[in-house]
Design a protein around this ligand. Structure first.
Ligand code: YRZ
Length: 322
């Protein structure tokens, strides 16, 4: 696929020699993303274990890498990029993204595997705080991730104090700050297109919605919006999402703090214009104060078949709000 002019040259150096010069690549797959698979690799010089994402070269792939690289500079809550290679395999041009290896795995797997002691509301607050710091970093540089979901939130290690980091920038988008201000002479008012006037300033708001869905699940173990009979998004589920129709069923929510419910209500606000901003979230009492260590019973929904169902529904809720 030919690369358009805009993306032909990366704004930073990439390597063109074979990645095997510096890394030993294993066939062990760490996970499969929509736009590429993630393998384990080892840096020969340091024996450091890394993650390698192989993406077929295209404008979309180049945009993902440019945005991920821009995002990870200056923020420990974004998965760090170590190297970028442009290699040719047969007739396929590929981009190889070497990242720090997130050995703690995906967010929900870690909670699901928790057996020794209960998961508490305070731990959920700590997780949301780390996600909020990653999202704040993006929103402050006028970037939106637009695919926030548990599979893209990974722990550095299995240790208690592991950091949670955001990855997979395949849907990320930079704001319109490259858009010229409206009074620039090039916009003759008669002919200016509507999308220039109403530039999609709500991309960031869809990240907040996704945070609301993730926070809801962290505190009870099941998603706020779901289709009764399972399967992918149903018409009924879409209606509920558009109307922001969800409950806090007493059984699981009676011990959850009012502050937490207030934050969820503000994140799952249907109108993007009045939905919480990331700065509001960082300053809210639930994150700024001391959260009770109330145990949360989430294992009911983390058993396997419901777990797959839940991942489908989170992705669907993301798309419905995009
Ligand atoms: C860096 C990037 C990365 N991506 C990973 N997995 C990807 C798979 C596609 C969806 N997003 C996450 C995994 C990792 N890492 N580490 N370690 C264990 C699994």
């Amino acid at each position: 696929e030919n690369i358009s002019e805009k993306y032909r040259q990366f704004p930073f150096p990439t390597r063109h020699n074979a990645i095997t010069d510096e890394y030993e690549v294993s066939e062990e797959s760490l996970g499969i993303g929509i736009n590429g698979k993630v393998l384990t690799c080892w840096q020969r010089a340091t024996k450091r274990k890394c993650a390698l994402k192989i993406i077929k070269d295209s404008d979309k792939a180049r945009r993902e890498i440019i945005l991920h690289k821009k995002a990870c500079e200056g923020c420990v809550y974004i998965v760090q990029i170590l190297d970028i290679y442009e290699n040719i395999f047969g007739e396929n041009r590929c981009l190889l993204l070497v990242m720090e290896c997130m050995d703690g795995g995906e967010l929900f797997n870690r909670i699901r595997n928790r057996r020794d002691r209960p998961y508490t509301e305070r731990e959920a607050a700590n997780v949301i705080l780390m996600i909020a710091k990653a999202v704040a970093h993006l929103h402050h540089m006028d970037m939106a991730h637009r695919d926030l979901k548990p599979e893209n939130l990974l722990f550095t290690t299995n240790a208690e104090d592991a950091l949670l980091k955001l990855t997979d920038f395949g849907f990320a988008k930079e704001g319109n700050n490259e858009q010229r201000p409206l009074n620039t002479p090039c916009y003759t008012p008669y002919y200016v297109a509507p999308e220039i006037l109403s530039h999609d300033k709500y991309d960031k708001a869809c990240d907040i919605w996704s945070m609301g869905v993730i926070m809801y699940i962290l505190l009870c173990g099941y998603p706020p919006f779901f289709s009764i009979h399972g399967g992918t998004i149903s018409a009924g589920m879409k209606t509920k999402i558009k109307a922001g129709e969800y409950q806090f069923p007493k059984a699981e929510w009676k011990n959850v703090s009012e502050e937490a419910k207030t934050v969820i209500r503000k994140m799952l606000t249907v109108d993007p214009a009045t939905r919480a901003t990331i700065d509001w979230i960082l300053r809210c009492p639930w994150l700024a104060g001391t959260v009770p260590e109330t145990p949360i019973d989430i294992h009911s929904m983390f058993d396997s078949e419901n777990y797959e169902q839940m991942q489908i529904e989170i992705a669907a809720a993301n798309h419905a709000q995009r």
